[in-house]
Design a protein around this ligand. Structure first.
Ligand SMILES: Nc1ncnc2c1ncn2[C@@H]1O[C@H](COP(=O)(O)OP(=O)(O)OP(=O)(O)O)[C@@H](O)[C@H]1O
Length: 249
């Protein structure tokens, strides 16, 4: 279980997150939505311990991580898988070595065991015979799958997805969204999906949480969320949120 208790985060004078209270249950998929600059990524970075809150508590199961150092955090992160925007693969390594990277760094498994885990995880995300390929030989959707295979190499209890569909066409987006659901079903993981995409949020999630200007303004099951009357949510549902992102681009 992940639990945030009255979490605040400022960078210098700038308050980026205010009074965040949020519980994510085991096995649940939570979509974290909000416009550009609302604070979603900051919230994600707090939950994976990349940054520390200005105040408040962040619980990952029985660990209160808000003041953990890197060594303590490393032990917690073994239970977390992270799928980053743009896949974040190492371009100079083969696909197999990319998936094996964490296993080689953090375990003393022999090469045979590592290879077998790598091929099992690639199989789970629907990829076969790609171990010897280089990332630049793969499509965007395949790269995302490899990123996911790497994230599940340690059999995490929680997977964090940061904009899993960014840069993908609608068909590939749907495939990745289906994969998020299938990971949850097969591995019974807790999933946190940060996305701009309302369709993805509704499709993959049990509950949707919305961040607006640094505050968590709603957190509700998908159907309930869609019926909410709050104008900020209605605007997001109508797709107006695309405006600020597109305007930036
Ligand atoms: N390290 C930092 N130093 C100063 N300000 C920061 C830092 N990280 C984020 N911010 C600010 O915090 C606010 C929220 O940023 P964040 O990246 O969390 O938004 P977001 O909702 O993820 O946006 P996007 O969808 O565009 O990625 C922004 O105004 C941003 O400029």
């Amino acid at each position: 279980m992940i639990r945030l208790v009255d979490v605040n985060k400022s960078f210098g004078q700038k308050e980026v997150l205010r009074h965040i209270n949020l519980t994510i249950n085991d096995g649940e998929t939570l979509a974290l939505i909000g416009g550009s600059g609302s604070g979603k990524s900051t919230l994600l970075r707090l939950m994976i311990g990349l940054i520390q809150p200005t105040s408040g508590e962040i619980w990952i199961d029985d660990d209160e991580i808000s003041h953990y150092d890197e060594a303590q955090m490393d032990k917690v992160r073994v239970r977390m898988g992270m799928v980053f925007q743009y896949s974040a693969l190492f371009d100079s390594m083969t696909v197999g070595d990319n998936v094996a990277f964490g296993l080689r760094e953090h375990t003393d498994y022999d090469e045979e065991k590592i290879r077998s885990i790598v091929s099992e995880k690639l199989g789970l995300v629907g990829l076969t015979d790609v171990e010897d390929m280089m990332p630049n030989e793969l499509s965007g959707g395949m790269k995302k799958r490899v990123g996911l295979a790497r994230a599940i190499a340690f059999e995490p209890s929680t997977i964090f997805y940061d904009e899993p569909d960014s840069g993908l066409d609608p068909v590939t987006t749907e495939k990745i969204d289906e994969l998020i659901i299938s990971m949850q079903k097969r591995l019974n993981v807790t999933s946190i999906v940060v996305t701009h995409d309302m369709e993805t949020a509704c499709f993959v999630a049990d509950r949707i949480a919305m961040v607006y200007e640094g505050e968590l303004i709603a957190c509700a099951p998908v159907d309930e969320f869609r019926r909410m009357k709050d104008e900020r949510i209605r605007a997001f549902l109508r797709g107006l949120y695309i405006g600020d992102k597109e305007a930036e681009g």
